[in-house]
Design a protein around this ligand. Structure first.
Ligand SMILES: Cc1cc2nc3c(=O)[nH]c(=O)nc-3n(C[C@H](O)[C@H](O)[C@H](O)COP(=O)(O)OP(=O)(O)OC[C@H]3O[C@@H](n4cnc5c(N)ncnc54)[C@H](O)[C@@H]3O)c2cc1C
Length: 457
């Protein structure tokens, strides 16, 4: 008789695992049932801001594989609109509720893949049924927001609460749609994933793009008139709003796992080993935004909810479930985002992380340009490097610039992953031609500056 794999959560991590397991084990050997409570499988939440802005025309473009493809191509029994409400590890059973009114079912499993993603932070003031307040976690959220933006009377004034990368991407989306946009952030700077000196550049640039950024401001309530949101009440006064978008961060979605007795780590994510097996829980695997992982520079467990990790971790779990051998090597915190033409990249540790991890370090900021200064379209680029003292090992890097800035972080990520020193980096053979870089690439300029800071003779 075929073994049975049950997948909880039908997006990046869950379906990557299911597809990999299927590649290695046919339907006679492994039956795969995937429960997804939403309307879509294998979709790109990352694309939501571009769908909202209108750059992407249709939600279907954000769906990499629909349930029919999973069924026909991979023989995976996808149960859409089914929410798993309980996992019984002793009886090897899950309970799932049919959200379209079909009652409750119990399904047995031999192996379980837990991939429920993350839960968006929703403070008390945001728990309202007022019309015009939206999260942007799922395609259903995106559809509701788009509908609202197209409704009559057309919203004119948007407030985005939270200045993380999702908040700034949503600010861009709403600016592109012609709304007047205010972004409220309780910290002194948006984009806390970079150091404050680099985040200042983001604030200035976003103001230049017409976004009204209010930092150091806390939201306390929403004013509702005739059932619609009309104001965001802050400790700095009220801000009129026809639409409010919440981008307040996420935490691992572990409620079911916790209730079933799976162990959580210090970040609140599920504890897994390098093969994505849930610790102390035989036959159960987990991946994606619901787990914590190892930071390769600090050596600490971290929760980094990104699609790039969810896909890789799901793949690793699936290979292992399929009888192969694969490991997830951990993360170094590489991430990129853009707001209109402004690009931000980061990898490794920020100064505060390096301090917390007990490193001694120098940090330098180098100003350069994306192309040769005389080449049309040359624009400023700022690169920050953090290097261990006295070894010179790269610990972290951040880039803020206009076009062609963000993906330069990948060069730095590869250097950091391979434990290069800033001295090694000055010799890197990077491409040069005037349309692509100055003769000294901004990465090389920054590395040279870091070398000087380490040995200022
Ligand atoms: C607006 C936005 C922009 C983003 N941009 C980027 C980006 O540019 N780069 C990047 O790397 N990452 C980005 N991300 C993050 C990325 O989308 C996530 O890290 C990734 O989707 C995580 O995949 P996952 O499979 O772990 O979780 P999810 O994608 O959240 O999938 C989990 C699934 O499980 C389902 N589920 C949960 N509980 C149950 C249950 N009890 N029963 C049944 N189904 C359940 C959910 O409905 C969901 O479909 C972005 C996220 C958002 C919201």
């Amino acid at each position: 008789m075929a073994e049975r794999l049950i997948v909880v959560g039908g997006d990046a991590a869950g379906m990557a695992a299911a597809a990999q397991a299927r590649r290695r084990r046919g339907p006679d050997d492994l039956e795969i049932v995937a429960f997804e409570r939403g309307h879509y499988t294998s979709y790109s939440a990352c694309g939501i801001p571009y769908w909202i802005s209108g750059l992407v025309g249709d939600a279907q473009q954000l769906v990499a594989r629909d349930p029919a493809t999973h069924r026909e191509k991979y023989d995976i029994d996808v149960r859409l609109r089914h929410e798993v409400t309980e996992i019984d590890l002793d009886r090897r059973e899950v309970v799932a509720r049919d959200l379209e009114g079909g009652g409750e079912i119990r399904e047995g499993f031999d192996t379980l893949m837990y991939a429920t993603g993350a839960v968006p932070t929703k403070p008390d003031w945001a728990r309202t049924d007022a019309l015009g307040v939206f999260g942007v976690q799922t395609l259903d959220d995106g559809a509701a927001l788009r509908k609202w933006l197209e409704s009559d009377p057309k919203p004119q004034r948007a407030v985005v609460v939270g200045g993380g990368y999702i908040g700034v991407e949503m600010a861009e989306a709403l600016v592109r749609r012609g709304l007047s946009v205010t972004l409220v952030e309780r910290d002194e700077q948006p984009m806390s994933t970079v150091d404050p000196d680099m985040a200042t550049l983001v604030t200035e640039a976003m103001r230049g793009l017409g976004v009204d950024i209010r930092t150091g401001v806390r939201v306390g309530a929403l004013t509702v008139r005739d059932g619609r949101v009309s104001e965001v009440v802050t400790d700095d006064g009220p801000i009129p709003a026809d639409v409010v978008v919440l981008g307040l961060g996420v935490r691992p979605n572990t409620a079911l796992a916790e209730a079933a007795g799976m162990p959580l780590g210090p970040t609140g994510g599920i504890r897994v080993d390098r093969r994505m097996r849930v610790a102390e829980t035989p036959g159960v695997w987990a991946a994606g935004d619901c787990v914590e992982t190892l930071h390769r520079v600090s050596g600490m467990p971290v929760h980094v909810p990104l699609g790039t990790h969810a896909n890789k971790q799901g793949r690793v779990a699936g290979i292992n479930i399929g009888g192969g051998y694969a490991t997830f090597a951990g993360v170094i915190g590489t991430a990129v985002a853009k707001v209109c033409d402004l690009e931000v990249g980061r990898t490794g540790l920020r100064e505060r992380d390096a301090l917390a991890a007990g490193f001694e370090f120098v940090s330098v900021i180098a100003e350069s340009t994306n192309r040769a200064g005389y080449y049309p379209g040359a624009r400023p680029m700022t690169v920050k490097l953090i290097a261990e003292r006295p070894s010179g090992r790269l610990l972290g890097a951040q880039i803020v610039g206009w076009t062609e800035a963000a993906k330069r972080i990948d060069t730095l990520a590869v250097a950091l992953w391979n434990r290069m020193t800033v001295d090694d980096m000055t010799a890197l053979d990077l491409g040069y031609a005037p349309p692509y870089a100055p003769v000294w690439d901004p990465v090389l300029v920054a590395a040279r500056k870091a070398v000087d800071a380490l040995d200022p003779r």
